[in-house]
Design a protein around this ligand. Structure first.
Ligand code: SAM
Length: 299
């Protein structure tokens, strides 16, 4: 293998495993270092050889592909170790994004490291980082990944996170996204903010922020919204939503002092993105308080 500047120096004839991140949709989202690594590897261990073949073809790379997926990861480790012992340089890629993040790779990485070979990351796309980067969520978070498919197990797992004080990140499949959003609202609280990141980097990419209690309805409002791949970022309890709520309250108070309740709520919802019904209730309360203080406004 060529020891270009992309690599961490010569492996001294010893085999080395590169763990290479690949695009999560847009085939142009791949680093120069990833391409150089794939081009130079003696073999590419691919979760899905067809997807990887497309990526390699797009970038004019000819590589020897070997299948390595969840079902043969343990068994394949033996032949991977033999290849590394023979001095080969291998690159591990998953179907999309970063291997080992809700994808095969971790078991192989452990075996390879335990056998004394270097395991080198070639960082790049991950749906987790992409979704977080546009979520507006600040501070610590936990990556939960996929929830169990069965209803009872899924609810139990969400329940374990109920008192977690920071943001939560989930991966979800299209046929379960509505049910999961419903369960998240019921268990974590309907007012908590969720950012639904759908089809990132692809043609129908969408990023929508709303209260968990409104999320399943938002998905149901358009059949297209239930298609594709999803990351759900649930904000920390009270935190992001609290900031937004304070802003919505400030805008509403200004408008409610000048306008009828309905109009004030509608405008405040349009300006801040907060839920209109909740703002309407709040505007009524503001009016009632003003009336009680002797400043009757128009209801
Ligand atoms: N290893 C990958 C990574 O680094 O993101 C994740 C692989 S996991 C098997 C696939 C899940 O990741 C999908 O079900 C979805 O939840 C999320 N995902 C992958 N690509 C996505 C995309 N383009 N937009 C939104 N979510 C995506």
């Amino acid at each position: 293998m060529a020891t270009g500047e992309a690599h961490r120096g010569p492996a001294g004839g010893r085999g080395r495993l590169y763990v290479v991140a690949t695009p999560i949709g847009n085939l142009a989202d791949v680093t120069l270092r990833a391409l150089e690594t794939l081009r130079a590897a003696d073999a590419v261990l691919a979760e899905d050889t067809r997807t990887t073949a497309q990526l390699l073809a797009r970038h004019g790379i000819r590589a020897k592909l070997r299948a390595l997926h969840g079902h043969n990861e343990a068994a394949a480790a033996q032949s991977v170790l033999a290849a590394l012992a023979a001095g080969e340089t291998l690159a591990l890629v998953s179907e999309a994004g970063t291997p080992g993040i809700s994808d095969p790779g971790a078991r192989l990485v452990r075996r390879v490291r335990a056998a004394g070979f270097d395991v080198v990351p070639i960082p790049g796309p991950s749906a987790l980082a992409a979704a977080l980067s546009v979520s507006g969520v600040d501070g610590p978070f936990a990556f939960v990944g996929f929830l169990p498919a069965k209803d009872a197990a899924r609810r139990a797992e969400i329940g374990r996170w109920r008192d977690f004080p920071h943001a939560l990140v989930f991966y979800e499949a299209p046929h379960r996204v509505r049910a999961t959003l419903g369960d998240l609202a019921a268990i974590l609280g309907a007012s908590r903010e969720v950012v639904i990141a759908r089809e990132l980097t692809k043609m129908f990419e969408q990023v929508h922020a709303c209260a968990l209690g409104e999320a399943a309805d938002w998905i149901a409002a358009d059949p297209n919204r239930e298609r594709g791949e999803f990351v759900l970022v649930v904000a920390a309890p009270g935190e992001a939503r609290g900031r937004d709520a304070a802003e919505a309250e400030r805008v509403l108070a200004i408008l409610a002092a000048e306008l009828p309740v309905k109009q004030a709520a509608k405008l405040a919802a349009a300006i801040t993105g907060a839920a209109k019904n909740a703002l309407y209730e709040r505007a009524l309360a503001i009016k009632r308080a003003a009336d009680a203080e002797g400043h009757p406004g128009e209801p």
